[in-house]
Every structure is written in C-alpha cells, then in structure tokens.
Design a protein around this ligand. Structure first.
Ligand code: AMP
Length: 379
C-alpha cells in the first residue's frame, strides 16, 4: 500500500486524494489548520511546516510527498527530500516561490516576460519606476497569491502609497516591480512531466480573473496553432530546465498575439480543474502518476469545458446538476469572503451547446456577469 504525503490540505489535496482512490493510494496531509478540507478525506497532521516534530509525524509512513501549497519553507521540503522522494523537487519549488528567480529563469530560457526589477529600498522603487514606467505593479516576491501582496501603480504619484502598503515587506519577503501588461486575454498551460522525462500538456486554457482571483476557465482556448505551439514550447522548456516532475501551470498574458509569462505554479492548478470531467485523464490523476513513476494518462479533451469558480459561498447546485454536462464540486469549506469554496464544470460536445449551458446556468444563478466573457469568446 503506497501512502502519498501532501503538504497543504486545501481543495487541491482533497481533489488529489479523490483522484488517487481508484489507484488504491492512501494519503496523509499536513496543514497548519485543523479545518483544512482535505482532512475530511485523509488523515491529517496539523502543525507548522517549520516544526520538526510535526514534520516528523507527517513523514512517518509516507512513501512519497508532494504539495498542494507552494509556500512550504524550502528547508522543510529539503528535510523531507532527504528521507523519501519529494516531487516537484525542492529546487523547482524554490524557483517558483520567488517571482524574481522565476522571471529571471523565464528570461534565460527566452520566454518573454513583462519588464521587471527587484526592489529592496525606496530609492530602488524610484529608479525602477523611471525605467519600467507606469502603469506597473509592485508585488511581494514571495508568499503572494490570488492578487494578494500587490499594489497597482497608475502614476508616479502612487509611489508613496505603494511603498506605504508594501515597503515593510522589502526586508522579509522581498519586492519586485513589474510593468503592467494591457493584455487582451489570459491563458495558461497546464502540463505534466513524468519521472522519466515524458512531457504532456492539456489543451491551452483561457482564464478570466475578478479582483486577481480566477473566475472562469475555458478549454480548449480559442487560439491558433502557432500561439498554442509557442505556449507549449515555453512550458516544455521550463519543465526541462527544472527537471520538473508532476503537474504545473504556466500562466501567460496574451497581448497583440504575443505571449508574456506571468508565473509558474508548481502544482495542480485551478485553471486545470476542468480536466476532471473534460479530459481523458485529469490533472490530479496525472500528477499522482507522475510522482509515483507510473505511465502518464492521455491528456486529450473530451469535448469542450468551462469551469466556474465559486468564491465566498456556494450557490444553489440545482441549475448545474440539471445540465447534461454539469458537474459540481463542493470543497466542504465554511463560507468566507474571497475564499474558493467550490467550482462547477460544464462540459459539452460542441461550443454552441456549451454556450447555451452557460447562459442557462448564469441566468438561473444570477451569475450573468461571470459567464458573459466566456459566452462572448465562444461567439
Ligand atoms: P498573480 O498573482 O501574479 O498571478 O496576479 C493575479 C492577477 O493579477 C493576474 O492573473 C492578472 O489578472 C493580474 N496581473 C498580475 N500581474 C500583472 C501584470 N504585470 N500586468 C497586468 N495584470 C497583472
């Protein structure tokens, strides 16, 4: 019996455990909160990732470990990697944890990125503003997610406010200034690389964010072959450079037909949730196959899929369940503003049917604004 340890016990760990059940896997999760929702499906160690005793308790009876959460301290990941296989490797994790290291690697690999500059002091900010120009975004280098730890600078007059908001964190998590990309759309590549180097991608996905949080994903994205091949080439180059094992997502901005890399998420990703029903093999199943050294499954699509995120509180399930291709995922979390509590995936054989299903669900749930950009894209 193989036990997979997962650091972080949120919905990603929960969906990994659900996907691993048919493979006969056992799971053990570790989280700082006793409420973490993967704890409803797997034994959980509650403790700080820096607490040696808690980490040792987690490590006992685990055969291989992976992550639902990338901000696990690098030393903790390293400590585990000295005891059993840990995928992705602590090195890949370290790069993806730091926006500066990540953007530097993108650039080295010839992957276009928005202009950026590391910021350690207020003077650095002034110098970088002069070089990068406005509008731009000041971000924490580490520990930011879903638009948190970011300050949008619209004009030079905002510099003081940006520093007041984030300056203190220059000494702790570090800061980076990035040029603001007036993108036409946001895309992501969700990809998997096996222990033997086999590499597969799911179809290119288009994503819509509201207040920095993913709201909807459409797969396959409406995109031409050249754009798609370029996005896949970038993902492959990254996976090979990092000797990556497991699933990751590369988030991209698309501006005037050009792709710019935003970030690398070293784990299964929200923009790949549609793959549970929309693909021959889901991102969760393939992540487990990759970390266990099993053959990877086919990533081809089964029709067209749109995932809608539920933020804050779950809506009524009825309208989605009434759809022929409607699938419901309630993460078992208590409602809280801004929290990802669940998602739905609508799947259909053709784009017209998918559009109609989105219209019905959007209307029934009063979520017209959430589905509107997807419907517009489907034409
Ligand atoms: P992040 O946490 O870096 O993924 O940012 C969350 C969201 O904020 C992105 O998906 C974009 O919608 C927006 N965003 C982040 N960085 C930029 C940028 N440099 N230019 C434009 N929008 C951005």
């Amino acid at each position: 019996m193989t036990t997979v340890g997962i650091l972080g016990g949120g919905q990603l760990a929960r969906m990994l455990a659900l996907a691993g059940a048919p493979l006969g896997l056992r799971f053990k999760v570790m989280d700082t909160s006793a409420e973490a929702c993967a704890g409803q499906f797997a034994p959980m160690v509650v403790g700080d990732y820096r607490d040696d005793a808690a980490l040792a308790e987690f490590a006992s009876s685990v055969d291989v470990a992976t992550f639902d959460f990338e901000n696990v301290p690098a030393e903790s990941a390293q400590w585990l990697a000295e005891r059993f296989p840990v995928f992705p490797s602590p090195r890949a994790l370290a790069v993806a944890q730091d926006r500066l290291a990540e953007k530097t690697l993108f650039r080295e690999l010839g992957i276009p990125v928005p202009d950026f500059a590391p910021i350690d002091t207020r003077e650095d900010l002034d110098a970088a503003l002069a070089r990068v120009g406005v509008p731009c975004i000041l971000k924490t280098r580490r520990l930011g997610y879903d638009g948190k730890g970011q300050f949008r600078i619209r004009s030079l007059a905002d510099a003081d406010a940006a520093w007041a908001a984030l300056g203190e964190q220059a000494a702790t998590v570090g800061l980076i200034l990035e040029g603001f990309v007036a993108f036409d759309r946001e895309l992501s590549v969700v990809a998997v690389r096996g222990r033997d180097g086999e590499f597969r991608t799911w179809p290119l996905t288009e994503n819509w964010h509201v207040d920095g949080v993913l709201s909807a994903s459409l797969a396959p994205a409406v995109a031409d072959d050249v754009l798609t091949a370029t996005a896949f080439d970038y993902a492959r180059a990254l996976a090979e450079a990092l000797d990556y094992v497991g699933v990751f997502a590369l988030e991209l901005f698309c501006r005037d037909g050009e792709l710019l890399a935003n970030e690398l998420a070293p784990r299964v990703h929200n923009s790949g949730h549609w793959s549970i029903e929309g693909s021959e093999t889901s991102q969760f199943q393939n992540h487990l196959r990759a970390v266990l050294g099993l053959p990877l499954g086919d990533t081809r699509m089964v029709g067209h899929a749109c995932m809608l995120n539920w933020i804050g509180a779950m809506p009524d399930a009825g309208p989605v369940l009434a759809e022929p291709g409607g699938h419901w995922h309630d993460y078992g979390k208590s409602p809280r503003e801004g929290r990802k509590v669940g998602h739905a995936t609508l799947r259909a054989d053709g784009v017209a049917d998918l559009g109609h299903a989105l219209e019905r669900v959007g209307r029934a749930l009063g979520r017209e604004a959430q589905v509107a950009p997807v419907i517009a894209r489907l034409g």
